[in-house]
Design a protein around this ligand. Structure first.
Ligand SMILES: *Cc1c(COP(=O)(O)O)cnc(C)c1O
Length: 236
């Protein structure tokens, strides 16, 4: 059990985040319930996650497979797990059937491994393609110019369902500086020409974190990945 003070802080944070998500959704002509909140629970204990589930958060994002699996063992199917960080091919087998969506599909080799393992388990796996919109060297993701040829190849892998795109914006003090990144991802989703391809839709745009989610929603995000504003600053 989480101590009362932490419970209260979590409740306050969630109420505030939900309010801000709703306001940003309305500003962009959408309904609050159109935006999916993925609470990023990396470094957060299972106790804390359980408290969030009681407050009706049902989607959690982890960036490390090992950590996701440890929490899955405790909390299992009581919530949905999203893998939002870099996925090594040798870890793919362990997440099949446990993860609701992989947000970080960024290379063909990974797609081929997901296909192979999902096929062996007689399942399909939902993925978002991570796009490196900002062009930062340190960021993972398919380059925007390479996205269509990438989608063409992944489209042939019939155990993968591409549900949309994901991006991570550069860090900044002022979200206005990175509004273009979100606008660009939305434009890419509209422009790619994926309509003719099998197994691909652009249902989701996963963009926006604690410091920039309102801007991302204004530009079309319908999944936001929010960690520290819900659970507090991470020690790591
Ligand atoms: C950690 C992380 C987040 C959440 O970041 P906060 O600033 O804590 O909201 C979102 N997306 C990814 C890919 C992350 O690794």
């Amino acid at each position: 059990m989480l101590e009362a003070l932490k419970q209260q802080k979590l409740a306050d944070n969630l109420a505030s985040i939900r309010e801000r998500i709703a306001a940003a959704a309305l500003r962009s002509g959408r309904k609050p319930e159109d935006i999916l909140l993925v609470a990023v629970s990396k470094t957060v204990s299972a106790d804390f996650i359980e408290a969030a589930i009681q407050k009706k958060v049902f989607h959690f994002g982890e960036n490390r497979v090992q950590e996701l699996l440890e929490k899955y063992d405790i909390l299992g199917e009581s919530c949905n797990w999203h893998l939002i960080g870099r996925l090594q091919t040798n870890k793919v087998k362990s997440i099949i059937g446990k993860v609701t969506m992989v947000h970080s599909l960024d290379r063909l080799e990974l797609a081929q491994e997901l296909q192979k393992r999902a096929c062996a388990a007689n399942r399909t796996i939902d993925c978002l393609v991570q796009v490196n919109v900002s062009g930062e060297q340190t960021k993972a993701g398919v380059e925007p110019e390479a996205l269509f040829p990438f989608l063409q190849k992944v489209s042939l892998l019939d155990h993968i369902r591409i549900k949309g795109l994901m991006t991570i914006a550069p860090e900044t003090d002022n979200p206005e500086n990175i509004r273009w990144v979100f606008r660009e991802l939305k434009q890419i989703a509209v422009d790619t020409g994926w309509e003719k391809l099998d197994n691909i839709t652009m249902q989701y745009l996963s963009m926006g974190m604690s410091n920039d989610f309102e801007t991302a929603i204004e530009e079309g995000a319908n999944i936001v990945r929010i960690g520290s504003s819900i659970f507090g600053a991470r020690g790591r």
